[in-house]
Ligand binder design. Structure first.
Ligand code: LCV
Length: 259
């Protein structure tokens, strides 16, 4: 059964994550199918895409598939990691992507949602950043994205506490563009998508790419980047990183020892 469903109605595309058994965890397979769906929409000249979970989903997405995290010694969020690739794909698509969220979002899935251009949620939406819970050193581009959207203090709280940000607060801190009742979510999102699809796709594509370039316009001197990579390597080479994954697989709380 496909893990991703997609359909195009006029100029409005809908891509649905459809793996309830694994809470829409972003496995290599799901990301590969999502990538193909986005490219198909690009070829068929969709003007806006809605990214959503299947009907009645308990979880929008449980984030990176923990079973597929590399064992110590390899960057778990390297440039070519499937999760990092799909984040780039969403940023480089010429049309806006609207994240429609009616349940909980975890870890790398928060990054997917925040990489979308517009987020529309309900009171059931909540966002939890989990790297510290698993012992993962999140990557610079991800940290910068959260800093730019939330401000550095809220981003730090999200990453250090690994506690959920509920919908109301998510609206306040700028994660959600709109917070609507669950029974209005589809109509509200569809109306927003329709309005966008009636505007100039060329103008929107140019502005979306300009936003991306301007948003990433904080040049990192090479030595700063190397320093950050050195810090991250110490973490993903650590026993704690291994314990984070092992504890998830054994369904028990992690016991971190700081090395
Ligand atoms: C693989 C899963 C997952 C999953 N992977 O259902 O951002 S970073 O750096 O942390 C990055 C590395 C990242 O994104 O890491 C992943 C972060 N995600 C999480 O920590 C969320 C982990 N999942 C959960 O806490 C629970 O599954 C939630 C609360 C999402 C749902 O709980 P619920 O009780 O409804 P289960 O936990 O029973 O999960 C149902 C099945 O989905 C699998 C899980 O292993 C189980 O499969 P089995 O029945 O085969 O055991 N699953 C859930 N999340 N991220 N597999």
């Amino acid at each position: 059964m496909p893990l991703i469903l997609s359909q195009l109605d006029g100029f409005v595309g809908t891509i649905t994550m459809n793996h309830p058994e694994h809470r829409n965890a972003l496995s290599d397979q799901m990301i590969s199918e999502m990538f193909d769906a986005f490219e198909d929409m690009r070829e068929r000249k969709a003007r806006v895409i809605v990214l959503r979970a299947h009907e009645g989903a308990k979880v929008w997405s449980a984030g990176h598939d923990v079973r597929e995290l590399p064992m110590p010694g390899r960057d778990p969020l390297g440039y070519d990691d499937p999760l990092v690739r799909i984040l780039r794909e969403i940023q480089h698509l010429p049309m806006p992507v609207i994240a429609m969220i009616d349940s909980s979002v975890w870890g790398g899935a928060c990054d997917v949602a925040l990489t979308c251009d517009i987020l529309i949620g309900t009171p059931k939406a909540q966002f939890t950043m989990t790297p510290a819970k698993i012992g993962v050193p999140y990557n610079p581009s991800g940290l910068l994205r959260f800093m730019n959207i939330l401000g550095i203090n809220t981003a730090k709280e999200m990453f250090f506490s690994a506690q959920p940000i509920p919908a109301e607060r998510a609206k306040q801190v700028g994660i959600l563009n709109h917070l609507v009742p669950s029974d209005e979510l589809e109509a509200f999102t569809s109306d927003m998508a329709e309005k966008i699809s009636r505007n100039s796709p060329l103008s929107i594509a140019a502005m979306k790419e300009s936003f991306r370039l301007l948003g990433n316009a904080s040049p990192l001197p090479p030595n700063m980047f190397e320093r950050i990579q050195g810090l991250r390597r110490k973490v993903y080479d650590s026993q704690d990183y291994k314990e984070g994954i092992q504890s998830f697989l054994e369904k028990r709380p992690p016991v971190f020892v700081g090395e």
